[in-house]
Design a protein around this ligand. Structure first.
Ligand code: GLU
Length: 491
């Protein structure tokens, strides 16, 4: 079977992690099976249309390297790929269902429906449309339409029996028809289709072989199967993907943290990491291998390895993958990627553009920072000391725990004459030198190096101290030590 799959988002907001996963799975499935992947914009709910959404989809795809075989901007043999440009197809399809007795015109007004609901509530009877317009004869309905009476088209959903949804992941799922929404609207009064009709028509016309989509669509799937049957069309093979949860077991939402691709893109995550981690939400290869490049996934991905259980989105794991993928990059690439982060934090580029001196510092700094960066946005915290003197506002912040200002001053004063030699030795030799100094002075290594680290970097957790001093420049480091001595003497 020629695999043809699609990503069919409704442009109602920014791309959500769940949507990104659906897109990635469809894309990888198409690639791995030599098929086609297309984008279809499902914008028939004009009330919820968000103008930023389509651009955001394209930006997200470009960022992740997802390429399209067909789509709104790419074109293709089954276009247009934007549903609002395909209205005539849906109207014809609705007429076809009316003609074959599978659908009917409903003339109920909003107030009729409200009254119906109130009566149902009072009687404690079932809710949902009571199918009252089913009994209007086709001839009468045509006359009322000709007389410009407003109407919608409803699908005659069977009330008895059950519908079997064949799902690649979940197996055959039998749904009692009475549990499916009664006679849902398929064409609205403004002539626009609802999602149910539009996507079925398009999946048929666009020769979609498989539908990989979120599990929230499973309850509508019996209706979709019935629609395909009513048209006499072969339905695509469905595959409803497991839900993505937060760590508290609730569906992933804003409450848990960033959920849009844009937030991750702007928040310093690498596309390699996002692709790697998101693909593991509900898919695994052999249960062991967990680092994948995009091109590996383009050949290794398969539907057999999908999981039915809900996937848990763990922000820490994403950071782990991000750190991993950052470390795979050459220094020059990391420098290029973190430069905007440092600029945002006002650490470089004060005299825009970023100066060549700053760039040189940055490039040599990457070697000491790469192990510490979980996100590109961590760069200002890790490397800020190279570009900005620690503030001399709080003398206590330069005094390690269990020591006093005079003790720190004494150590720093002893260190000052030793610092000049740093530039003549490599990091390892310097390390060794200061360790033996501590021994000679009868002090622990920490008692010597922690005051120095605080004075030079302003933090207790800087990258390795000797390399930090080398990259900062010994003169600057000496000046900082002197400034801290002054500050502590006044304290
Ligand atoms: N437009 C639907 C959505 O945004 C697509 C569902 C489907 O893939 O069939 O979720």
């Amino acid at each position: 079977m020629q695999v043809r799959v699609r990503y069919a988002p409704s442009p109602t907001g920014l791309q959500h992690i769940g949507g990104v996963r659906t897109a990635l799975f469809n894309y990888f499935f198409a690639k791995a099976s030599g098929g086609k992947f297309y984008l279809r914009i499902e914008d028939t709910d004009q009330g919820r249309y968000d103008g930023r959404a389509v651009q955001d989809i394209y930006d997200t795809f470009e960022w992740l390297g997802i390429t399209l075989d067909e789509g709104p901007r790419e074109g293709g043999p089954f276009g247009p790929y934007i549903q609002s440009e395909r209205i005539a197809f849906y109207q014809d399809a609705a007429e076809q269902l009316i003609a074959s007795g599978h659908a009917y015109r409903c003339f109920c007004t909003a107030s009729d429906l409200e009254k119906m609901r109130a009566e149902q509530a009072a009687a404690g009877s079932g809710t949902g449309y009571d199918r009252r317009c089913r009994s209007i004869s086709p001839a009468t309905a045509s006359m009322r339409v000709a007389a410009s009476e407003r109407s919608v088209v409803r699908f005659k959903m069977p009330t008895e029996g059950s519908t079997v949804v064949r799902d690649i992941l979940l197996g055959d799922v039998a749904w009692p028809n009475k549990d499916v929404s009664p006679d849902p609207v398929i064409l609205k009064a403004d002539g626009f289709p609802t999602y149910h009709l539009a996507h079925a028509v398009d999946d048929h016309l666009m020769q979609t072989s498989h539908v990989l989509r979120g599990q929230e669509w499973l309850p509508s799937a019996p209706l979709h199967v019935q629609l395909f049957q009513a048209f006499g069309w072969e339905p695509p093979l469905y595959c409803h993907l497991s839900t993505i949860m937060g760590q508290d077991g609730h569906k992933l939402s804003k409450r848990h943290g960033s959920t849009s691709a844009q937030e991750f893109r702007l928040g310093g995550y690498l596309p390699q990491a996002v692709t790697n981690y998101i693909t593991l939400l509900g898919w695994s290869y052999d249960g062991e291998k967990d680092i994948f490049t995009k091109s590996e996934l383009e050949t290794l991905f398969s539907l057999e390895k999908l999981s039915k259980s809900p996937a848990v989105f763990d922000y820490q794991k994403l950071d782990y993958y991000n750190g991993y993928w950052i470390r795979q990059l050459p220094d020059a690439d990391i420098a290029r990627l973190i430069e905007p982060e440092l600029a945002k934090a006002g650490l470089v580029g004060a005299s825009a553009p970023v100066s060549s001196t700053e760039r040189a510092i940055l490039t040599s700094a990457v070697s000491i920072a790469r192990e510490r960066l979980h996100k590109l946005a961590d760069a200002p915290a890790v490397l800020g000391f190279l570009f900005r003197d620690p503030p001399l506002t709080d003398s206590a912040s330069y005094i390690p725990k269990k020591t006093t200002a005079p003790e720190v001053v004494a150590v720093l004063e002893k260190l000052l004459p030793e610092m000049a030699g740093i530039s003549g030795r490599d990091d390892e030799a310097n390390e060794h030198h200061f360790h033996s100094l501590a021994e000679t002075w009868g002090l622990k290594v920490g008692q010597v190096l922690m005051p120095l680290r605080l004075a030079v970097t302003g933090t207790t957790a800087s990258p390795p101290l000797m390399s930090s001093i080398r990259i900062l420049g010994v003169d600057k480091a000496v000046a900082r030590v002197k400034a801290v001595i002054e500050l502590l003497k006044k304290a």
